[in-house]
Unconditional design. Structure first.
Length: 184
């Protein structure tokens, strides 16, 4: 449960590092990242990276034919684009007291990657959030600018898992060990 709370907090407050800074062209109409610092994303990081976990406990209603859901599951994904932009996805679901709750967010912005110090800094520009309980939407909206975190920094390394899949190992704020994000 502590890990879920940490990841939920992380999803809300993700973002930061420093290196050569640029800005996206503020003259481009509709560019939500105008004026935010960024660097080009190295070729080996330009990809969709995913991390997830789930419980082996599942819940069924008193009517055995009705599946309520997995006790706990969550996923985090980052998609880094060559031009220094990113999309961050977060989703979690849980079942407590026979009620399933689902949360999802998508955040977009710019990224600075310092290859020498192996750091990543996110600069969120926009975020969308959705929460449901027992399949009823309780909240779905774009977050206001003041609700979006200023960001935070984290470190990374890359490697290959025993399965042969490329991996991005991210040490996020509040974690002592890196989380393994797999190339998708």
């Amino acid at each position: 449960m502590k890990k879920l709370l940490l990841l939920l907090t992380l999803a809300t407050f993700i973002g930061a590092t420093a290196c050569e800074k640029d800005t996206i062209d503020p003259q481009v109409p509709g560019d939500i990242t105008s004026g935010l610092p960024h660097t080009k994303v190295p070729a080996d990081l330009k990809a969709l990276w995913m991390y997830g976990n789930f419980s082996t406990t599942e819940y069924w209603s008193q009517n055995p034919s009705t599946y309520v859901g997995n006790a706990l599951q969550f996923a985090i994904a980052f998609k880094f684009e060559e031009n220094g932009t990113y999309t961050h996805y977060f989703t979690s679901s849980s079942v407590l007291g026979g009620i399933s709750t689902y949360q999802q967010s998508v955040t977009k912005g710019t990224v600075e990657i310092d290859v020498a110090s192996k750091t990543i800094k996110l600069h969120p520009a926009s975020a969308h959030y959705k929460r449901t309980r027992s399949n009823q939407v309780l909240e779905e909206r774009d977050l206001a600018k003041e609700e979006i975190s200023a960001g935070s920094s984290f470190t990374y390394t890359t490697g290959v898992e025993p399965s042969g899949t490329r991996a991005l190992y991210l040490t996020l704020n509040g974690t002592s060990q890196p989380l393994t994000f797999l190339l998708k």
